[in-house]
Design a protein around this ligand. Structure first.
Ligand code: SAM
Length: 279
């Protein structure tokens, strides 16, 4: 039986299977197995958990995850051209790799993965943020998310109040998880190189959120507040209905402040006020 070490170099895999990169699928491949091994190790101990990988492509990161000792990898790939290449990895994986052909946006991971799974992915740019929001909605199922994004998106995930990049993504991610950029990658690390640099973000779900709040109401408040980010909150929160000045007062927030100055806990306090007023 072949082993992972016997698999051909990824450049050969791409040539053999005709995997010319398709822009519409966000295909920028990592062909350096040292690099994919490093990314896999950033996800922590994989030996006791299921791993969900979105978009394995020719399988560079998949090989890294298996080489790092992942107990079980479920890899969801939309591009059927990649399946034969992935099958070669599966055959060398001692039964640890499952390949799912499909769209990760509609894949029901909850039913497939054991609780405490880790998500590790070099995400396609066009679906990275929608996927992240889906995972945030069921974060209790995961021990960690280790995700490659465009550097600019990574900055929006880890941003703090006052940062230019601080907005809805930072609040919703930071409310539920501890988020850090753990690796930077230049465009030249990918084949073909994208126009921009990338970064890997680690999101570790928090055992207690940064302030009790209903996630849907929090999301609405945050969206309303940042929809007009240069405006004072007494103006931007008008779209929530009711009296924004009273709501802000009840949450102990000066109505002349702007969304970009609010701590995550203050957004949570506002969400509680709106929830109470709707009851
Ligand atoms: N993991 C590989 C690597 O690191 O070299 C490929 C990463 S590439 C940036 C993104 C991959 O996601 C491609 O293989 C692409 O076909 C796949 N993909 C794009 N949209 C997808 C979707 N909606 N569901 C699942 N896979 C998708």
């Amino acid at each position: 039986m072949s082993s992972l070490d016997d698999l051909p170099p990824l450049r050969d895999v791409i040539r053999t299977h005709g995997l010319d990169a398709r822009k519409g699928l966000g295909q920028h491949f990592l062909l350096d197995l040292n690099l994919t091994g490093r990314i896999a190790r950033l996800a922590g101990d994989l030996s006791q958990c299921d791993v969900l990988e979105v978009g394995p492509g020719p399988g560079g990161l998949t090989r890294g995850l298996l080489a790092a000792g992942a107990r079980r990898v479920v890899a969801v790939e939309k591009d059927s051209r990649c399946l034969a290449a992935l099958e070669e990895i599966r055959a060398a994986s001692d039964g640890r790799l499952e390949i799912v052909e499909g769209d990760a946006l509609t894949f029901d991971d909850v039913g497939t993965l054991a609780p405490g799974a880790r998500v590790v992915a070099n995400l396609p740019y066009n679906v990275g943020t929608p996927l992240l929001f889906q995972w945030l909605d069921r974060l209790d199922n995961f021990a960690s998310l280790t995700l490659m994004f465009q550097r600019e998106v990574a900055e929006r995930i880890v941003a703090s109040p006052g940062d230019k990049a601080y907005g809805r993504l930072a609040v919703m991610c930071g409310w539920a998880a501890d988020c850090h950029i753990v690796m930077d990658l230049p465009a030249r690390a990918f084949t073909p190189p994208p126009k921009v640099a990338s970064a890997v973000v680690n999101l570790i779900p928090r055992s207690t959120k940064r302030g009790a709040a209903d996630p849907e109401i929090l999301s609405k408040v945050v969206a309303a507040a940042f929809n007009q980010r240069r405006k004072m909150l007494r103006q931007s929160l008008k779209s929530m209905g009711g009296d924004p000045i009273a709501a802000l007062a009840a949450a102990g927030i000066d109505p002349t402040r702007r969304a970009e100055t609010l701590q995550i806990e203050e957004f949570a306090a506002l969400a509680r006020v709106y929830e109470a007023s709707a009851a």
